[in-house]
Design a protein around this ligand. Sequence first.
Ligand code: ADP
Length: 364
Amino acid sequence: MMTAPASTSPLQHDRFMTRSRRLASNLRDLRNAASQLPDAVVLIDQQQHIRWFNHAAENLLGLRRPQDRGVLLLERMAGSELSEWLRDGAHEPLNDAVAPGRADSQLNVSLLPFGDHEQLLLARDISHLNRLEQVRRDFVANVSHELRTPLTVIHGYLELIDPEDVPELASVLGEMRSQSKRMGQIVEDLLTLSRLETQHDVADERVPMAALLATVRKEAEALSQGRHQITLESNTDADLLGSPKDLHSALSNLVSNAVRYTPAGGSITIRWQRTPEGAVYSVSDTGFGIPANHLARLTERFYRISSSRSRDSGGTGLGLSIVKHVLNLHQAQLQIESTPGAGSTFSCHFGPARLLAPGGSDEG
Ligand code: ADP
C-alpha cells in the first residue's frame, strides 16, 4: 500500500488512506476478475518474461505458479506451436493451435500491446466450436451422400422415359430432368466441398498448364455455344504444382461463371501470366458485373446476387466456395475486381513455390 506524504494534516492523511485502500480494493477486484476469465491471459514484459497469468493460463498453457513468473514465455512454450509463432513475431493471431497444457484442446491465440512496453497474450479455447463445426461438416457430408443414390435412381428412370411416348408430358418431363440434374450437381458440389474442407494439403503433382488452359477454353466454348468471343492469353509456359483435378475444377468454374454471367455478344479473356510474385490465372468478362457490397461475401456457400439468374444459368451457388477452398489448399489467393454493367475479373495468385518450369525443375 502507498504511504501518505509526511507534510499532510491528519484529515488529509485519512482521506489519502481511504482512497488508497479503495484503489487497492479495485485493483484486487480487477485481478480476481481477470484470474477467473475462461480465456488464458498472460502479461509479459518487453523481453517477453512472464509477469502475471490467470488460472486459465495454467490450465490451457500449462503455466505453473509461482515458478513460471519471470521465466521467458518463449522458453516455457518450447516444443509447442506457440513457440514458433512467438519467435516469428506473433503478428497475426494463431488459429487452431494445440493447447500446450491440454493436448485435446485447440486454441486461438493473439498477442496485444499493453501499457507502454508490455504485451498481453490471450488464448481462447475453441475446442467446442471445432466440435460443432465438425458436426456440421459431417451432417452436410452424410446428407449429401444419402441423397446421391435416390437422385441417381430418379434421374435414371427419367432418362428412360421417351417424351415422344407421352407427348402431353413432354414439357413436364424436360423440367423434371433438368431439376433432377441440378439436384445431382448440388449434391456433387456439396460432397466436393466437404472433401476440400477436411483436407489440409494437396497432392504435389505437376499440372501441365498448356493442356489445362486448352481444356478450360474448350469447355468455355462448349458452354457459350458461339455467343461470346473467347480469348486465351499467356506469357509463360510455367506449370503448376498441386492437385490436377481440383485445379481444373477451380479454374474452369471461373470460366463457366464468366460465360453464364455475360450476355451474348460479350467477350471473355482467360490469362496465364508470370508476375514478380509468382503467376496469375485470371478470367475477365464484359458481363453483368458485381456491385461492390457483394464482393466480400461471394465465396460463401449459396451466396448469390440474383438467385434466379444463377438458377437459370444452371448454377449451384457453390462454385466460388469450391474455388476458394482449392486456392487455399494451394496457398493461392482469389482477387475479384468488378464494375457493375461493365464486367469482372477473377484472378488466382499463385506463389513461386507452386510453379514448375515446363518438363523440368522448380521455377520459383
Ligand atoms: P453460382 O452457381 O450461383 O454461379 P458461384 O459460387 O459460382 O455460384 O457464384 C456466386 C455468385 O457470384 C453468382 O450467383 C453470381 O451472382 C456471382 N458471380 C460469379 N461470377 C460472376 C461473374 N463472372 N460475373 C458476375 N457475377 C458473378
